[in-house]
Design a protein around this ligand. Sequence first.
Ligand code: NAD
Length: 306
Amino acid sequence: MSTRIAFIGLGNMGGPMAANLVKAGYTVSGYDPSPQAQEQATQNGIAVAASPAEAATDAEVVFTMLPAGDHVLDVYLGRRGTEPVIGTAPAGALLIDCSTIAVQDARAAATAAREAGYRAVDAPVSGGVQGAAAGTLTFMVGSSEEDFGTVRTLLEPMAGRVVPCGETGSGQAAKICNNMILGISMIAVSEAFVLGERLGLTHQALFDVASTASGQCWSLTSNCPVPGPVPTSPANRDYAPGFASPLMAKDLGLAMKAADATLTDTKLGQMAANLYRDFAFGDGRDLDFSAIIAQIREEPIEGMGR
Ligand code: NAD
């Protein structure tokens, strides 16, 4: 397998994703400004470059896994004085952005890439750091039909599932719509447990009913916000993430940006975004998003066994 891949952004997600591409036999050059990320990447067989553009010089495929849309646009366009990937990577290269960013930013990045003669795809993920390490991420792909087959093959070493979502930007759209459901449903499940507690209902009794009835959802059956009913949920390990509250706050912020742009009235989405923003900047900073139940109980986080 001789495809040359550049991987820009070798953090908690990008690091293990790039490592899985190396394990699959690809030649991977990478860039990350963090010395720690560079050291880990070198140990994983990635040739660490001095800049994003240097990593992309000979690449046929350029992955990005960066914190936000501004970082992706900076790397693509060289807006901060660094040499841009667009114009440096060989003509016709395939640019695949796996970061979670605003739909508008994804479309702007793809348009700039296409205008310069590249192919551009958005492929955000769910599955977290465990999924990145295990190579079992779900990818939500926004691409042309023509590019999808190639993209699927490239993602395969990192993926459990690869879902085609439509044209460019659709991967990001699917990701934020899904996570808006997730944020709202976690609040709904947490409110139900707190109400149940005050009505004298045990956690197990509510779980036994709702998990097999119409209240069933992932927030209840996989990421249950109270300890006990689902032994693997973060509630059983003092709410260590898991899916950290600041990431949920970020994704709900992106969903609300998209709702504004499309004049969509998402009342519950807005409430969830507000609750998670406050929680992520406060007690929930280092905790799984299911710890929001403490805020609903109006109990200090210490009351949760920490
Ligand atoms: P992270 O902060 O661990 O990694 C981001 C990396 O990008 C850092 O190592 C940082 O040094 C690097 N970086 C910043 N600016 C750069 C630049 N200009 N060029 C190259 N590298 C640069 O974050 P993460 O958890 O790996 O998340 C990455 C993306 O994946 C985010 O968009 C996040 O929303 C998304 N995501 C994360 C998770 C998760 O569980 N962590 C799950 C799904 C999606």
